[in-house]
Ligand binder design. Structure first.
Ligand SMILES: [Zn+2]
Length: 126
């Protein structure tokens, strides 16, 4: 009883309902995005190059934050010192995660609905 096609239509409808609740919350969040900054966020630790510095043998300096972005096929890394900019970059990351989540939910809804269709469908033969 692990296959979803073994479930009763009511159980499937219940699952669909739960998914649509999730989907609706996600969609309303996605519908009013805050200001965002494009790119991937990187947390960077570095050695400073001074051989007498503690970083030469131990803990590196940082973390420093940077945003990378593809420009004409090359990755450009821009260091960020402003928290507000970083916040907007994280908002972009979260938004994309939510978009991916929405797509997954849609795929599941789609497959549940197909199961319902197949339960109600027979071949027509004379
Ligand atoms: Zn150092």
């Amino acid at each position: 009883m692990n296959k979803i096609s073994d479930l009763k239509p009511d159980e499937i409808r219940k699952a669909i309902w739960g998914l649509s609740q999730k989907r609706s919350r996600l969609q309303s969040r996605l519908s009013s995005p805050s200001a965002m900054i494009e790119g991937c966020i990187h947390k960077i630790y570095k050695k400073c190059g001074n051989p007498k510095c503690y970083c030469a043998i131990g803990k590196k300096h940082g973390p420093y934050w940077a945003i990378s972005r593809k420009i004409e096929g090359r990755t450009k890394l821009t260091y960020v010192s402003n928290d507000n900019i970083l916040k907007k970059a994280f908002a972009y990351k979260r938004y994309n995660k939510d978009l991916a989540r929405l797509r997954k939910i849609d795929e599941r809804l789609y497959s549940w609905l197909k199961v319902l269709r197949d339960k109600k469908t027979k071949a027509y033969e004379k």
